[in-house]
Write a protein that binds this ligand. Structure first.
Ligand code: ADP
Ligand code: ZN
Length: 232
């Protein structure tokens, strides 16, 4: 089983991906997180990727495809995995199908209006130590500017400035949004409204997954009940 979370920057892929990881036991794989880790470690790949990331541009397909190929080869991905931030181009989708094609796959599109995306991303704060994510308005820490989990001062991601946010949304509309039709044609795409409370969005995603032929849990992913119809 493979669950792909598709949505604009700030649509809540990370939040929903974490919840899905807990619910299904499948690991969440975020290419953004993998790239930021490489940047922090100053690996050659990280140093190359950073220049694109701070401008809101996509890192090259080859680089992210390599990261994903290595990660999904690990043992914890055998039964299933959740992709957050990949694929982001049609070429990446085709590379994914070529590297791991046989799995049942469901693509969840999280839909959020652009103005709300900008508001969420401008208000996002992250912990540089433990990577916890907050928002100054909707998910604020107990003490302003301080991580609840580890006490470090929160910072803004370098690509969460107004100008770079606009660029990232434009790149999403141009290069990533066409994946919705790509997966619609494969009859794998399901959309959810990403604007309600977190729990309601998680429940909507759970309903979609429960309706898919292969189910969402490790048990049902393995029993392969392919005769069950998915909802229209
Ligand atoms: P967001 O979804 O909020 O933009 P991510 O953490 O998913 O943030 O990604 C941050 C940045 O990492 C992107 O703007 C891009 O530069 C790079 N990136 C992440 N995933 C990919 C990908 N699949 N292909 C190319 N670049 C990527
Ligand atoms: Zn922290």
């Amino acid at each position: 089983m493979r669950i792909i979370l598709l949505g604009a920057p700030g649509s809540g892929k990370g939040t929903q991906g974490d919840l899905l990881e807990k619910r299904t036991g499948f690991p969440r794989i975020s290419t953004g997180d993998l790239l930021r880790l490489a940047v922090r470690r100053k690996t050659p790949l990280g140093l190359r990727a950073e220049a694109f990331m701070v401008q809101g541009l996509l890192v090259s397909d080859e680089v992210v495809e390599g990261l994903v190929r290595e990660r999904i080869a690990e043992a914890d991905c055998r039964v299933g995995y959740i992709l957050d931030g990949f694929p982001r181009t049609i070429a990446q989708a085709e590379a994914l199908a070529a590297m791991d094609g046989g799995r049942p796959e469901i693509v969840i599109g999280i839909e959020v209006d652009s103005e709300i995306l900008i508001e969420r991303l401008c208000g996002r704060r992250v912990c540089p130590a433990c990577q916890a994510v907050y928002n100054v308005s909707v998910q604020s820490p107990a003490r302003p500017g301080v991580c609840d989990a580890c006490g470090r001062g929160l910072v803004q991601r370098p690509d969460d400035t107004a100008e770079v946010i606009r660029k990232r949304i434009a790149v999403y509309l141009e290069q990533t949004a066409p994946l919705k039709d790509y997966y619609r044609r494969k009859n794998e795409f399901r959309a959810v409204d990403g604007q309600g409370p977190t729990e309601e969005i998680a429940a909507a995603i759970a309903r979609i997954l429960d309706g898919t032929p292969a189910g969402t849990t490790a048990e049902t992913a393995e029993d392969g009940r392919k005769d069950r119809r998915s909802p229209a």
